[in-house]
Ligand binder design. Structure first.
Ligand code: DAH
Length: 357
């Protein structure tokens, strides 16, 4: 009998050692310890034996059952551990890869100010308009009531384009976008036109390329009061100051009548500029009521349509708001300057979030 047990043990342990899947381990369990397994049958047979026989054999049978049950559990656990190991190896992830690369680079202060302008004026119902940087003489000058012999042309230090069709210039201001908007659409018109302009001029406050924003409103009853309110509202929002005082000084532009230059009240506290109050004045833009000749040059009837326009240097706005002193640094592409004055790529100005940084 004892020899039988040894043979059984050896057979099942060998089967277990050979088993490589949970199913084959289960097959060994069923064969040995299942309802009609061999070891189960041995244990059942104890009931039919004489008491002394039973006492003699029972411990050995039970020991065999325990041993096999233990070996089967151990084999199952080993197979499960190996399967988990294989899965972990297959599903391995390289956690050293950067998850979200930090954006490098930054938004240039001029682009930032243009975004701020678009946001502020959109809230007032203005669309953003564009025009070409290579303009023809008519849009840049003549239609704006600056005829060929007009002295205002000399003030513009115009770049004329050699080799281009007659009369092509790099636009000297954004005002030609007024002409393109009026000839290309029908009033009422409410637009701003930010963009690059060019003049042959260079020192600490002038670069041959710089930026302007044009504003144009054409409607039936628009008047200087609307102009002043619009500019005040813009300056308040742009500088984030409620106490804004504007001073309109009579001036001259060929394309507006009357024309004004607009100063904003400010103060200098310990050499630092603060917008607000009226202790001191800074000129920020030119404006006026659109000249009837300009309106009729665009094919509109000036007895029916009128409005205001303004033009403003964007670079200067950026300098006043963000405290740069040398305009030329704007265009030097010096990374240290850009990192210092630039804006984060995802930091988009909104009126609700505040257009003031
Ligand atoms: N175009 C003018 C310039 O570059 C600026 C300007 C002044 C634009 C008055 C306007 C305006 O629209 O009404 O100097």
């Amino acid at each position: 009998m004892a020899a039988d047990l040894d043979a059984l043990r050896a057979r099942y342990l060998a089967d277990l050692a050979a088993a490589s899947t949970p199913d084959s381990v289960e097959a060994v369990r069923v064969a040995a310890l299942g309802k009609s397994g061999t070891v189960t049958a041995l244990l059942k047979s104890l009931g039919g034996l004489a008491a002394d026989e039973r006492l003699r054999l029972a411990p050995a049978y039970q020991a065999l059952r325990e041993e096999l049950a233990g070996a089967i559990e151990a084999k199952k656990a080993a197979l499960e551990a190996a399967a988990l190991e294989a899965r972990l190896a297959a599903e391995r992830m390289d956690m050293s890869l950067p998850v979200l690369p930090e954006p490098t680079g930054s938004i240039h202060p001029i682009a930032r100010v243009m975004d701020e302008l678009a946001e502020i004026f959109a809230d007032l119902g203005f669309a953003v308009a564009e025009g070409p940087e290579i303009e023809d003489d008519w849009h840049n000058f003549t239609a704006l009531n600056i005829p060929p012999e007009h002295p205002a042309r000399a003030m513009h230090d115009t770049f004329y384009l050699a080799g281009a069709p007659e009369g092509r210039v790099l636009r000297t201001h954004t005002s030609p976008v007024q002409i393109r908007t009026m000839t290309g659409g029908t009033p009422p018109i409410r637009i701003i036109a930010p963009g690059r302009v060019y003049r042959s001029d260079s020192d600490a406050t002038h670069t041959p390329m710089f930026h302007q924003v044009e504003g144009l409103v054409i409607d039936r009853d628009t008047h200087m009061g609307h102009l002043k309110w619009t500019l005040e509202t813009f300056v308040q929002a742009f500088f984030g100051v409620d106490d804004v005082v504007l001073r309109l000084r009579p001036s001259f532009f060929p394309f507006t009548e009357p024309s004004v230059e607009v100063d904003v009240g400010c103060s200098w506290e310990g050499g630092r500029l603060a917008i607000g109050g009226s202790a001191s004045w800074l000129e920020i833009l030119g404006a006026g009521m659109v000249h009837p000749k300009v309106i009729s040059n665009c094919g509109l009837d000036p007895t029916e349509w009128q409005g205001f326009a303004f033009g403003c240097g964007i670079d200067r706005l950026a300098m006043l708001k963000y405290g740069m002193t040398d305009l030329r640094a704007f265009f030097d592409a010096d990374l240290r300057w850009l990192r210092h004055y630039g804006f984060r790529a995802l930091d988009v100005p909104t009126l609700s979030g505040g257009v003031s940084a």
